[in-house]
Design a protein around this ligand. Structure first.
Ligand code: SAM
Length: 186
């Protein structure tokens, strides 16, 4: 399944960190790109740097128009999930969402445009309490993949310069390219 994340409402003066985290979660949990309404070169540079060093071809596309992206995605056969605390229960829609070969996941910042509720195929709540777009996205993607994104096979899709070897204690990191490896305690 192809997954794309659309980030609405980014305010460069206050959302840098949270939008960066949306991108990090998107990449690490199996999305192929983050579309950003607005522009923030610092956020893009930081996510591009992670993709360069840690592998994969995750992309950040800035300055998109959300309505065009939603429309084009649906016209190309994809389905759109809008994460909102007001939506349907996650468990009630997941089976249906999984049947789509392409899914766009939309997350907001403050208030999202009310039109989005009508344009999305599903408005989905990760619990009906207000919390965070980062948490909602991570839980949604984890449930979507049934946890497979945390397994070795899934991660090996990102052969990068740096690779963590899971260890019970300490840190073991392989650096490709210069043949070195680093280790140590936390
Ligand atoms: N009142 C806003 C709303 O419409 O959901 C809450 C804004 S919240 C700070 C920012 C974003 O986090 C929302 O646009 C939504 O994508 C996500 N979010 C927050 N709580 C959520 C929940 N319980 N379920 C799904 N998404 C949630």
């Amino acid at each position: 399944m192809r997954v794309v994340v659309l980030r609405l409402g980014h305010r460069p003066e206050r959302d840098k960190r949270i939008t960066t985290h949306i991108g990090l979660v998107s990449r690490a949990f199996g999305a192929e790109e983050m579309l950003l309404v607005g522009r923030d070169p610092a956020v893009k540079a930081s996510l591009d740097d992670v993709a360069d060093r840690w592998g994969g071809d995750f992309r950040v596309v800035e300055s998109v128009r959300w309505k065009d992206e939603v429309r084009d995605f649906r016209e190309a056969g994809g389905r759109v999930v809008h994460l909102t605390m007001y939506g349907s229960r996650l468990g009630d829609v997941l089976d249906e969402v999984r049947r789509s070969p392409q899914v766009m996941v939309v997350v907001g910042a403050e208030k999202v445009p009310s039109q989005l509720y009508g344009l999305a195929d599903w408005n989905v709540a990760v619990g009906n309490q207000p919390h965070s777009e980062v948490a909602a996205l991570a839980i949604f993607l984890d449930r979507l993949w049934n946890g497979a994104e945390l397994e070795e096979g899934f991660e090996s899709r990102f052969p990068g310069q740096i690779r963590v070897v899971p260890t019970a204690r300490g840190k073991l990191v392989l650096q490709h390219g210069d043949g070195s490896s680093g280790g140590g305690g936390p």
